[in-house]
Design a protein around this ligand. Structure first.
Ligand code: UD1
Ligand code: CA
Length: 430
């Protein structure tokens, strides 16, 4: 594809009131900037991210996750503003699509619409009942004339409801001639990228307005905007998965990470939270269960189950109040109240209520290995590292702290003692 993309992400984001840079705030498990980069990658092979505030931190996160992204450092002290951000940016192709890093909801389809045609500038516009905060688009005789920032508007311009959504597709030759010519003679004393529109119009170039969806192009500037964007993103993610065959009970109560995937027929009950890169295949996740970064296949979990990262559940049943961490369960039943951490458990094994793997001695974590067809009685503590072979019976209340060989019964229990009629001696006769 022969259009470059420039993502503006140098702003401070003061309104977020956070030490984390604005564009690194997450929506559905992925930072806003990564949502923008992912959309950009769908339409271009030449992506430049413009940075200034906390540049090192943002650049590090990007290079850890992506290859081939270029960076440009804005000279924000001398040239503040969106136009200043474009100063010195070099693009590979003959056109550049300029995006804001704080627009996580923009879709690939909308970007393609903005890249279409042969105008010198395509600019995104939205019609808003309440245009406050946005640059107003002055249109005379059906033609775009200029963009006026709110702080520079005369009262009549403030009434304009057609606003600049902040994404543009501009010919490289226009960028090359207009960006160096920008000035900061305005209310904010900043270099406005928006001024290139008037420059182009004055030279008789074509500026084409592309009407876009408000929901997609709304910038995220505050925590309130972030929460609102999350709601929209969640609605989209769930709609897509329901279309793909995932059943959801009361979907508005369900959370699904943007990196999660489903296959086969899956059922998610109300209050379920699917976090991180989960892969869920033909499984039933019951009410108020949390699954994090795990693989669940042909299994049912919950209600109120918690599957923590790096777990694999295959052909298994995990019931209420069971926590599983970094463990592999294949053909296992753990119906109630258990903690299974750093374990690998094989087919036909049943864990009773209250079974705990003691995987941590205060310094290190240790592994538990349990074979096939093992019956683990209720309230058993398994002190790792330990290996329990196939066909083993563990009596209720046992503390297993040594390996157990195939076919054996293990039991560790203090003898039960009976003191006859003690109740009446203690409380007296009624
Ligand atoms: C900008 C537009 C406005 C438009 C609105 C849409 C300008 C002058 N105004 O205003 O017409 O209606 O977007 O959301 O462009 N940035 C930098 N360097 C800077 C300043 C900003 O890289 O020096 C980046 C920010 O990180 C952000 C983007 O540019 O991703 C937009 O900046 P922001 O301050 O949010 O612009 P608005 O005031 O919203
Ligand atoms: Ca903004």
């Amino acid at each position: 594809m022969s259009i470059s993309v420039v993502i503006l992400a140098a702003g401070q984001g003061t309104r977020m009131k956070s030490t984390t840079p604005k564009v690194l705030h997450e929506i559905s498990g992925k930072s806003m900037l990564f949502h923008a980069i992912d959309a950009a990658k769908n339409v271009s092979d030449d992506i430049t991210v413009v940075l200034y505030h906390q540049a090192e931190r943002i650049q590090k996160e990007i290079t850890e996750a992506y290859e081939g992204i270029r960076f440009h450092m804005q000279d924000a002290l001398q040239f503040p503003g969106t136009g200043g951000a474009m100063k010195g940016v070099e693009v590979k192709h003959t056109k550049a699509l300029i995006l804001n890093g704080d627009m996580p909801l923009v879709t690939t389809d909308s970007l393609l619409a903005l890249m279409d045609g042969d105008a010198d500038i395509n600019m995104s516009v939205i019609k808003l009942d309440n245009p406050s905060g946005y640059g107003r688009v002055v249109i005379t005789e059906g033609k775009v004339h200029e963009i006026v920032e709110e702080k520079d508007c005369i009262p009549a311009q403030k009434e304009i409801k057609t606003v600049n959504a902040g994404v543009y597709c501009v010919k490289k030759e226009s960028l090359d001639s207009y960006i160096p010519a920008l000035n900061n003679n305005n209310a904010q004393e900043e270099y406005y990228l928006t001024d290139i529109v008037k420059m182009a119009v004055d030279e008789g170039k074509t500026v084409h307005p592309v009407i876009v969806q408000e929901e997609e192009f709304k910038g995220v500037n505050s925590k309130l905007d972030l929460a609102h964007a999350e709601e929209i993103m969640q609605r989209r993610i769930k709609t897509e998965w329901m279309k793909a065959g995932v059943s959801m009970r009361l979907p508005e109560t369900i959370y699904i990470d943007s990196r999660a995937t489903f296959e086969g027929e899956c059922i998610l009950e109300n209050g379920v939270s699917i976090q991180g890169s989960c892969h869920i295949i033909s499984s039933h996740i019951k009410t108020h269960t949390i699954i994090e970064d795990s693989h669940i296949e042909n299994s049912d979990v919950g209600p109120i189950g918690r599957i923590r990262p790096q777990s694999r559940l295959i052909d298994s049943h995990v019931g209420n109040f069971v926590e599983v961490k970094k463990s592999t369960l294949i053909g296992v039943k753990a119906g109630h109240l258990a903690y299974i951490g750093d374990a690998s458990i094989d087919e036909g094994t049943n864990l009773g209520a209250g079974v705990i793997t003691c995987n941590y001695d205060g310094k290190n974590k240790y592994k538990t290995v349990i074979g096939k067809n093992v019956f683990v009685g209720s309230d058993t503590q398994i002190v790792a590292p330990v290996t329990i072979a196939d066909d083993v019976l563990i009596a209720a209340g046992t503390t297993v702290n040594k390996d157990v060989e195939k076919g054996n019964l293990v039991i560790s229990r203090t003898q039960m003692k009976t003191v006859k009629n003690f109740f009446y001696k203690f409380f007296g006769e009624k």
